[in-house]
Ligand binder design. Structure first.
Ligand SMILES: Cc1ncc(COP(=O)(O)O)c(C=O)c1O
Length: 356
C-alpha cells in the first residue's frame, strides 16, 4: 500500500459534539485504479476531489456500487469494525451483477483497516457514535459508449456518525412503485437503486409519510424492504422477516438481528410476509411492531402504516416491551464492546499505521 499522509489535518476543526453526518469527511481516503484488466496499487491519500470529465462512464451508464459500514470506538479507545467480511462479500456480489471487476480481500480489508487506523481520531466516542465508512466502485473510463467500462476506481471514504434517535415514523405500503424486480438488481447495492427510489419516496413524503415499505413488483401483496432497510414484523411474540432474494438486499443488520433474536429465545420466522396478513393483524390487535434495520440508523420503529388510503396505527410499546429496541440495544452493545461477542463479529483495528 502506498501511504501519503496529509500535511494539513483538519482534525482540530472537528467537534465530536457538533458535526454534520455525511458532510464531514475524515482526513484520508483510499483509492485504487483498475486498468488493463487489473487493479493497481492501493493508495491511502489525503481526502479530496478527483478529476473526471462528464464523459465518465460511471455517471452516464450507472456502473457504480457501494457499501455502508461502521467503525466503533469503545470506552478505552479501542477501535472495531463490525463483520467487515460481509461487506466485502456483498460489494463483490454487487460488482459482479453490474459487470464490474471484483476487488480483492486484501484491497478491501487492508484498505479499510488502514483508513480507520490513520483516521481513528475522527471516530467519536460514546454510546452509538461511530465512523460511517463508504467503500465504492465506479466506472471511470471516459467514453460515451453503452458497454462495460474498461477503467474503474475503488475508493473508501469515511464520515463521523452519531447515534440517531429517530422518532417512530409513518410508512406507506407501496401499491404501485417498486424498488426491485425479478431478474433485476435489487440484491446489489447499485447506486441506481437509490436514484430510482427517490421519486416514489418523495411522493410518499408529500402524502404525509416518512418512508415506503417496498412490496413485490408483480402483485404488491408481499413486504420486501422498508426505505433503505430490511423489514421486520412482530405478530404477538413471533418475529417475521422476508427471506433474502434477488429483490432483497442481504443486510448485515438483518442477519445480526435474526441471530440476536434467536439467542434471546425469540421465535423468528424467515418467510414471506403478506400485506393482507399484516393489515389483518393490525385490525385484530395482534400486530405489535413493525421496524426497519440497517447500518446507518440500526433500527427505525414504525408508528403507522399507510395502506389503501388508510393510516393503520401501531401500538406504542415501552423500550422494555419492544423487541425492536431490545435487539437494537443488544446489537449496539456488542458493536461498541459493551457486551460479550459470542459470534466473533467484532474485528479489532490495531495501531499499525498510527506511527507511519
Ligand atoms: C436497500 C437496502 N436494504 C437494506 C439495507 C441494510 O443493510 P445493512 O444492514 O447491511 O446496512 C440497506 C443499507 O444499508 C439498503 O440500502
Amino acid at each position: 500500500m502506498i501511504i501519503q499522509k496529509t500535511e494539513n489535518s483538519r482534525i482540530s476543526t472537528f467537534d465530536p459534539n457538533n458535526f454534520s453526518f455525511g458532510n464531514t469527511f475524515s482526513d484520508h481516503m483510499i483509492i485504487c485504479e483498475y486498468e488493463n484488466g487489473k487493479w493497481g496499487d492501493v493508495k491511502l491519500v489525503p481526502y479530496g476531489p478527483l478529476l473526471f470529465t462528464p464523459a465518465m462512464m460511471g455517471v452516464n451508464y450507472g456502473q457504480a456500487c457501494f457499501e455502508g459500514m461502521k467503525a466503533y470506538k469503545d470506552n478505552d479507545g479501542q477501535v472495531f469494525l463490525f463483520r467487515p467480511e460481509k461487506n466485502f462479500e456483498r460489494i463483490n456480489k454487487s460488482a459482479t451483477r453490474l459487470a464490474m471487476p471484483e476487488v480483492t480481500e486484501e484491497m478491501f480489508l487492508d484498505g479499510l483497516k488502514a483508513l480507520v487506523d490513520i483516521d481513528r481520531d475522527w471516530i467519536p466516542q460514546g454510546e452509538g457514535n461511530s465512523l460511517y465508512i463508504r467503500p465504492l466502485i465506479f466506472a471511470t473510463e471516459e467514453a460515451l459508449k453503452a458497454r462495460v467500462a474498461n477503467k474503474y476506481m475503488f475508493a473508501i471514504v469515511a464520515t463521523p456518525a452519531k447515534m440517531y434517535y429517530t422518532e417512530p415514523v409513518s410508512v406507506k405500503i407501496s401499491d404501485h412503485y417498486s424498488r426491485a424486480a425479478s431478474g433485476g438488481v435489487g440484491s446489489a447495492k447499485a447506486a441506481g437503486n437509490y436514484a430510482a427510489s427517490f421519486y416514489p419516496t418523495q411522493l410518499a413524503i408529500d402524502e404525509g409519510y416518512d418512508q415506503i415499505i417496498w412490496t413485490d413488483d408483480a402483485t404488491h401483496e408481499y413486504f420486501e424492504e422498508s426505505g433503505t432497510m430490511n423489514v421486520f414484523v412482530r405478530i404477538n411474540d413471533t418475529i417475521f422477516t422476508p427471506p433474502t432474494s434477488e429483490k432483497i438486499l442481504d443486510g448485515v443488520t438483518r442477519d445480526s438481528f435474526i441471530a440476536l433474536a434467536k439467542k434471546r429465545g425469540f421465535e423468528v420466522k424467515v418467510e414471506a410476509i403478506k400485506v393482507k396478513d399484516v393489515v389483518g393483524a393490525q385490525k385484530n390487535g395482534t400486530l405489535k411492531e413493525v421496524w426497519g434495520v440497517g447500518t446507518a440508523v440500526v433500527t427505525t420503529v414504525f408508528q403507522a402504516l399507510g395502506y389503501n388510503g388508510e393510516k393503520l396505527e401501531l401500538p406504542r410499546l415501552s423500550d422494555e416491551e419492544s423487541f425492536a429496541v431490545t435487539l437494537k440495544n443488544d446489537l449496539v452493545n456488542l458493536q461498541t464492546n459493551l457486551s460479550e461477542d459470542p459470534f466473533g463479529w467484532r474485528v479489532l483495528v490495531d495501531h499499525a499505521l498510527e506511527t507511519v
